[in-house]
Design a protein around this ligand. Structure first.
Ligand SMILES: C[S@@+](CC[C@H](N)C(=O)[O-])C[C@H]1O[C@@H](n2cnc3c(N)ncnc32)[C@H](O)[C@@H]1O
Length: 211
């Protein structure tokens, strides 16, 4: 096994899990994820960290995808621990393996930064949502401060291969708006105790127009 393959399989998932599990991030997940209702789809469900926050009472079905085969067992175990049936598959957001207009809620946390083609993924999220459906998002991305954004541009080429393809410079709310969603922001700001280049977060609800 080459060093890069070993790093990507053993070290990188641990670093990412650690960064995505810090207290302030969990607090934001705890505010957002319980808003999921009806038929729910989670993009980039990873090892299943969001499972603990779902309010199972308001959910009629749960499905999730992630391309990282090594994470799917943990995601399935987390769903089993929750005690609900879950359809968790290997797949990518650029080609979501579910029919159109199937879901009431799409959940997307810290995933748009890592996908290959965010425009395609946002279009797929819109496709699988029922008209009037909601995408719950919590993402990190391009900072509004020019000085921080300048450093994000500089650091991204070094950061990306070390962080599983994660980009620092992607817009968040404006990307959802550009994809035709109506965005209801819930919050935004730098994560305390995180480097600002990687710490700008935006979270909220992006609705697919229609009834
Ligand atoms: C930083 S982790 C976040 C995991 C989880 N969503 C969370 O909130 O902790 C990024 C996730 O995106 C997944 N991912 C990468 N490329 C993807 C793609 N094209 N489509 C869907 N998920 C992708 C990764 O495998 C990883 O699980």
């Amino acid at each position: 096994m080459g060093l890069k393959t070993w790093y990507d399989a053993q070290i990188m998932p641990r670093l990412v899990t650690c960064a995505c599990s810090q207290g302030q991030v969990l607090k934001r997940r705890a505010a957002l994820i319980p808003l999921a209702t009806g038929d729910v789809f989670e993009l980039g469900c990873g090892g299943g960290i969001n499972q603990q926050f779902y309010n199972a009472g308001g959910i009629t079905s749960y499905a999730g995808i992630d391309p990282h085969a090594g994470l799917l067992d943990s995601a399935r175990a987390a769903a089993n621990a929750k005690g609900w049936p879950a359809d968790i598959r290997q797949g990518v957001g650029e080609s979501i393996p579910f029919p159109g207009r199937q879901f009431d809620t799409v959940v997307c946390t810290f995933t748009l930064c890592s996908v290959e083609d965010p425009k395609r993924v946002l279009s797929e999220m819109r496709r699988i949502l029922k008209p009037g459906g909601q995408a719950l998002f919590l993402e990190h991305g391009r900072a509004p401060d020019a000085n921080i954004a300048k450093w994000q541009d500089r650091i991204e080429p070094i950061w990306k291969p070390m962080a599983g393809g994660c980009h620092l410079t992607r817009p968040i709310g404006s990307a959802f708006r550009g994809a035709g969603f109506e965005v209801e922001p819930m919050g935004q700001g730098y994560l305390p105790k995180a480097p600002r280049v990687a710490g700008w977060n935006e979270w909220g609800i992006a609705r697919k127009p229609g009834m």
